[in-house]
Write a protein that binds this ligand. Sequence first.
Ligand code: G3P
Ligand code: CA
Length: 290
Amino acid sequence: MTLARQHQIQVVAHRGASEDAPEHTLAAYEKAVDDGADALECDVRLTADGHLVCVHDRRVNRTSNGRGAVSALELADLAALDFGSWKRHHNEAEEGEGPDWEGSESSEGSAGSAGSGLSADTSVLTLERLLELVADSNASGRQVRLAIETKHPTRWAGQVEERLLMLLKRFGLDAPPADDPSPVRVMSFSARSLHRVRAASPTLPTVYLMQFVLPRHRDGRLPGGVRIAGPALRIVRNHPGYVAKLKRAGHQVHVWTVNEPEDVELCAELGVDAIITNRPKQVLTQLDQL
Ligand code: G3P
Ligand code: CA
């Protein structure tokens, strides 16, 4: 048994195994599952025609070969884009070679991932497809959880949460038993978004993400009903005592984004419940050896 398991530290793949593969692609999530991640993190946004897709930025410019706001594009527009080539160019510029998630230039064309059996699919990922991946992984004996972050939920007046809960319902994940660990949790920087989720589904775990600690949360209390705190790593580094405060207030603590070994060590020492990282394999290996 690994220390991660002994200490119950969940290793959460941030946007998938996003150091190795293009963030938020099927390839990145399959790699994370293959690496042994306990959970997958994703950001969700609504397309112009009401689909939830996994994209971090408001625009697709950084992570695809297209341009424009996700909210102004329809799913068919997004499906025509490539969300992988930016990473190849980035890696080539940095390392002079392609990443190992990418299909080898074999006679088998673009399918496959250098013989790894992982997907080379770098089209836009819908939340529905990601939920299928989680369901398939769990059906095959893994225990993979999904942490879904609502991005810019306030401008949609509840539509993001409504669509999200409809989709979770289709997978039987919208109303987990209160006494059972839920395979899905919803995260947000917006207390209002989490409030909407809890109002519709009181047993679905919610995570309040924090860039900074607002005065009203200094004593470790979170917005009503939220059980999990999601502080940025910089909060934990600068105020390590805050983790204990949150825990004393009865909250789990999930820290993001933790990539460097010294920060993993700090999080383990402080007894955090989850480490959200771009490098799930490396973090799991380190926790094994601590
Ligand atoms: O897991 C929380 C973290 O993802 C929040 O920041 O910008 O990476 O979505 P961001
Ligand atoms: Ca996120």
